[in-house]
Design a binder for this molecule. Structure first.
Ligand code: GLC
Length: 560
């Protein structure tokens, strides 16, 4: 995959995509039936989230056998068929590779907790209890990402094991060369099968502060604190990645995108992805994903939630400035770990208009765009009324650890805005029962608005969001050279309502004008221009464009 300029990515969360065998879970059969739908949309690089055998504590990110397909999803033959069907349409397939941790039900871990002398014991990170006043205590005060300590005790061997995610997901010990070789074997297995690359899950965390000393940050009521510096972007990690690259990746024509989350600065990210000196192709950071203030304090009221357009565009610019000369980068609104972009940055009251605006804003910036499943029809956050419906380990841990002092109403409001479940509801394929996702009740409840927000209606309506995506994607491919290699400047960068930018090379100059506002605005137009894409009919007055709520335009500037 030498030049990435013509690729448009699309993330598939397979359990929620399409159920093909009526068990309530999405599966390969369902996915196979929708390859043409994806092809017609114009996307040509699929990122398929984990499909390995898994007890499903974290929807497949807890792998219990890398070499087997999870039963609910289908078979290895079906997976090969997906690769084949995609390749025969010129589409690439990138798979999610979970390599920071695996499931506690994986045989390696089962061996490790039986016997301290097992060779598998050193595949994981174990520590003896710290004795305080004759009592066994946690080895340190670190908190993981899912609202609990990173340590869980195993009685049989009288030791704690380390996990930055759920307690059913022990971290692997990358310091152990034998473990690393096992991971490389898995990578070769799938590359030899024909996959085109990996999204490398939680890659920033492979190396930990091996002193395991307490964090100096203030601890919470449980005496623990999330101090990501203790297990993110640490020096040893770059050595591991260098080895992975030299031993495996360099021998294949593949793409690798590491999830570095909100834990890497531009400088750190470049160490991963620099074209000359880096180890992987690109990094997913989440800097632009949180710009509506919904996170942090769960007591926030609806009126406190406001999109910070100014900050958001400056963050896109910051990453562009850092990367464009030295590295490729992905661009995206959100993924399976975030709320829906429609509810986050769009406006459900301007549903069609804001969904179209969002894709226009994204697509013409530098980088490889990723669409998250369901964005192409403007799917929204959940409308759940019951905390039990938030079937996600991180949401349930949050509920468990807050229920004694936070009201149900406040938790519901917070989770409806921020929970990962928002992204994981079944795709609404039609207005039929269970949104046409399945013929039986799905494993996660559908969003109540599927009678109006669904694929079937989108395919029938020439003015639909899906049809607009098709046009926008086709245009992006057509002018990709300027988009990829031209300059990128924010226009009117202090404007808190409009996200406007210019892409320019020696031959072409394009402006993208997008409104994140419910009011009308005016923008001075160039002397001569062509409108290439618009989600509203063009209205001008005295040389100014009238920008209605959530309007978006791509224009080619002929003379300014
Ligand atoms: C990544 C995944 C997330 C998962 C976690 C643990 O952040 O995107 O869904 O829970 O890793 O594997």
């Amino acid at each position: 995959m030498k030049s990435l300029e013509k690729y448009i990515g699309y993330e598939i969360y397979p359990y929620s995509f399409k159920d093909g065998n009526d068990d309530g879970y999405g599966d390969f059969k369902g996915l196979l039936s929708k390859i043409d739908y994806l092809y017609d949309l114009g996307v040509n690089l699929l990122w398929i989230c984990p499909f390995y055998k898994s007890p499903m504590d974290d929807n497949g990110y807890d792998v219990s056998d890398y070499y087997q397909i999870n039963e609910t999803l289908g078979t290895m033959d079906e997976f090969k068929q997906i690769i084949h069907e995609c390749h025969s349409r010129g589409m690439k397939v990138m798979i999610d590779f979970v390599l920071n941790h695996l499931s506690d039900e994986h045989p390696w871990f089962q061996e490790a907790i039986k016997d301290k002398n097992s060779p598998y014991h050193d595949f994981f990170i174990f520590k003896d209890p710290v004795m305080k006043d004759g009592k066994k205590c946690l080895p340190n005060n670190w908190e993981g990402f899912f609202s609990e300590s990173v340590w869980t005790y195993v009685e049989e061997i009288d030791q704690y094991y380390f996990h930055i995610f759920s307690k059913k997901m022990p971290d692997l010990n990358w310091d152990n060369p034998k473990l690393r070789q096992e991971i490389y074997k898995v990578a070769r297995f799938y590359l030899d099968m024909g996959v085109d690359g990996f999204r490398l899950d939680a890659i920033a965390h492979l190396a930990k502060d091996v002193t395991f000393s307490d964090s100096e940050l203030p601890v919470n009521e449980k005496g623990i604190v999330l101090d990501t510096a203790k297990f993110s972007n640490r020096e040893e990690l770059y050595g591991y990645l260098k080895e992975f690259k030299e031993e495996v990746l360099d021998h294949y024509d593949c793409i690798t995108i590491g999830e570095v989350g909100g834990c890497a600065s531009c400088e750190e990210a470049l160490r991963y992805v620099d074209r000359e000196k880096g180890y992987i192709t690109m990094a997913f950071n989440f800097d632009t994903c949180w710009e509506n203030g919904a996170y942090g304090d769960y007591n926030k009221k609806d009126k406190d939630i406001k999109v910070n357009v100014k900050n958001m565009k400056s963050l896109f610019k910051k990453w562009y400035d850092a990367c464009h000369e030295n590295a490729d980068m992905p661009i995206y609104w959100v993924n399976h770990d975030h709320p829906r972009v429609m509810s986050q940055y769009g406006n459900v009251k301007y549903h069609k208009q804001s969904a179209k605006m969002l894709i226009t804003t994204l697509l013409f910036m530098y980088g490889l765009p990723f669409i998250y499943q369901g964005e192409e029809i403007g799917m929204t956050n959940v409308d759940y009324e019951d905390l039990d419906d938030f079937k996600d380990v991180s949401a349930q841990n949050f509920i468990r650890s807050h229920k004694d002092f936070v009201s149900e109403e406040v938790m519901l409001r917070f989770l409806r805005r921020t929970s990962r479940i928002n992204a994981r509801t079944p795709i609404a394929w039609s207005n039929g029962e269970y949104a046409g996702f399945s013929n039986v009740e799905p494993y996660v409840k559908v969003v109540g608005n599927y009678p109006t927000i669904n694929v079937e209606d989108n395919l029938k309506d020439e003015d639909s969001i899906y049809k607009y995506y098709q046009k926008a994607i086709a245009l992006r491919k057509e002018i990709s050279s300027t988009i990829y290699h031209g300059s990128f400047e924010l226009l009117d960068k202090e404007n808190p309502y409009l996200f406007m930018y210019e892409k320019k090379d020696e031959e072409h100059c394009y402006w993208v004008i997008s409104s994140f506002s419910t009011k009308n605005h005016r923008v001075q137009l160039p002397k001569e221009y062509d409108v290439l894409l618009a989600n509203h009919k063009v209205v001008t007055r005295h040389g100014e464009l009238i920008v209605h709520p959530y309007d978006s335009y791509v224009i080619e500037v002929k003379e300014n």
